[in-house]
Write a protein that binds this ligand. Structure first.
Ligand SMILES: NC(=O)c1ccc[n+]([C@@H]2O[C@H](COP(=O)([O-])OP(=O)(O)OC[C@H]3O[C@@H](n4cnc5c(N)ncnc54)[C@H](O)[C@@H]3O)[C@@H](O)[C@H]2O)c1
Length: 347
């Protein structure tokens, strides 16, 4: 079987999810890794028996890559993805797609022009709980969504920010709790509601982290063209990563997510529950945070199956762009202290 030549750029926290997912595939070979921190690239290259690079342009020039995975600080997602497209390399990038909406649009345009596939990680869509709710919305069992709310109360200590040379900054992270942590839950809600944005009215503030520039708290309303109005609350100054909560009040019942577990209670008394399968495990490198689960590998498998024509991309870049639009609207609303309105696509 011909193997796709794969490179991973960024050898930090999230690297193992991508590396282990790639090496588990028969149709892909991890040939190179890249990090400006030489020790990180060298260590991963040794672990995965591949070549180390400290400059991604050098890696593109030398390795004749088919695919790259972008595991970089947020401000680098767009320029690296666009450069990869120019080299006819398929791209799987970590969330968020970019910091700015226009950069995300440019990524899509570059991929289209080059005829390469662009994927964006939103792995929580693959959790069994998320899938149960989505399925019961799609097949009509839950009926139409009337409203929804979500809450993310996590712990990102000063220490967490001190250890990073990019987190907590507007130029490199692009924000705080919204763009980095709550983005997953906001994306799930948007995926469930499945409608274009009507308006976003949000506030953002920094309440408990003196050492960072960006927000550690945000709340607001996200309204959709189909009439659904949702509320969100996100903070980074809780004392542990409490399970995220989503609730959808639907015509035929209530769907709740608590962490990855979904419970759907229909008005007729029927209850459906879905959670991560404890028997479904995947071995990443030692020390990988357990709560990231097995969903990365599922999304990465879908990406590679798409490249070989065996599947259709579950989360096309155009879909990720809609979440980018929502995130950017939260920031715009919070900074300008006003409601951000959107026209219907057809207007
Ligand atoms: N999907 C998830 O659940 C999840 C979890 C964690 C992180 N992430 C995302 O993954 C991305 C990386 O996050 P992380 O926590 O691994 O960050 P990290 O800081 O641990 O790793 C980033 C790495 O990129 C390297 N780097 C910086 N500039 C570079 C350049 N120009 N060329 C090559 N390497 C460069 C850094 O030296 C660092 O090793 C972010 O987008 C983050 O939001 C996603």
């Amino acid at each position: 079987m011909t193997q796709l030549r794969v490179g991973i750029i960024g050898c930090g926290n999230v690297f193992p999810m991508h590396a282990a997912s790639v090496v588990a595939r028969e149709d892909a070979e991890l040939v190179a890794v890249c990090d400006i921190k030489k020790d990180r690239a060298d260590q991963k290259a040794e672990l995965y028996q591949c070549r180390a690079y400290y400059d991604y342009l050098e890696m593109f020039a030398q390795e004749n890559l088919d695919v790259i995975h972008i595991c970089l600080p947020h401000h680098l997602h767009a320029p690296v993805a666009i450069e990869a497209a120019k080299h006819k390399i398929h791209v799987m990038t970590e969330k968020p797609m970019a910091i700015h909406y226009q950069d995300a649009v440019d990524m899509i345009d570059a991929a289209k022009e080059a005829g390469v596939t662009l994927g964006v990680i939103f792995q929580n869509r693959y959790n069994p709980g998320s899938r149960l709710i989505k399925r019961m919305l799609e097949n009509g069992e839950l009926g139409a969504i009337k409203s929804g709310k979500l809450s993310v109360t996590w712990d990102r200590s000063d220490q967490y920010y001190l250890q990073s040379d990019w987190k907590g900054t507007w130029d490199k992270e692009g924000g705080g709790v919204v763009i980095d942590q709550a983005i997953h839950t906001l994306d799930l809600m948007r995926w469930f509601v499945d409608s274009d944005l009507k308006y976003v009215d949000a506030s953002i503030s920094n309440r408990a982290h003196e050492i960072i520039e960006v927000e550690d708290a945000a709340e607001g309303v996200i309204a959709y063209q189909n009439g659904v109005v949702t509320a969100f609350h996100a903070i980074n100054y809780y004392t542990y990563d409490a399970p995220v909560e989503i609730e959808l009040h639907c015509e035929n019942g209530i769907a709740k997510m608590l962490a990855d577990q979904a419970t759907v209670t229909l008005n007729n008394g029927q209850t459906f529950i879905a959670d991560n399968n404890p028997l479904e495990t995947f071995t990443y490198e030692d020390g990988v945070k357990g709560y990231w689960g097995v969903s990365h590998v599922k999304q990465i498998n879908n990406f590679y199956d798409t490249l070989s024509g065996k599947a259709v991309l579950d989360i096309p870049a155009e879909e990720a762009l809609k979440t980018q639009q929502m995130i950017n609207a939260i920031y715009q609303s919070g900074k300008e202290k006003r409601r951000i309105n959107f026209n219907r696509e057809s207007d």
